[in-house]
Write a protein that binds this ligand. Structure first.
Ligand code: FES
Length: 104
């Protein structure tokens, strides 16, 4: 299990112990966190699992592949710390990262 700190859209933070191998999207949904519509179900096509990572967390996460980059490029609210939660797989290396959930 890996501790992931999700910051909810209202600013409240909650730490989840996520199973290795699941995506951040699944970890958020399994814990009924807000801001995770994920309407394509993790197919990297909708962008509704958009989250933002602070720099110290982003550097622990493997770089996005081209398909994720293409979806992020279409999101008007994307920043340098933006990721698609369905494309970030939980591993031990992600211990204690912070993930900002966004307003739906
Ligand atoms: S759930 Fe649709 S892009 Fe992630």
């Amino acid at each position: 299990m890996t501790a992931i700190r999700f910051i909810q859209p209202d600013g409240n933070a909650i730490t989840i112990n996520a199973e290795s191998g699941v995506s951040l999207m699944v970890a958020a949904q399994e814990n009924d966190l807000p801001g995770m519509a994920a309407i394509c179900g993790g197919c990297c096509s909708c962008g509704t699992c958009h989250v933002q990572l602070p720099p110290e967390s982003a550097e622990k996460v493997p770089a996005p592949y081209v398909g994720e980059q293409q979806i992020l490029a279409q999101l008007p609210t994307a920043t340098s710390g933006s990721r698609l939660a369905c494309q970030v797989v939980v591993t031990d290396a992600l211990e204690n990262i912070s993930v900002q959930l966004l307003e739906p």
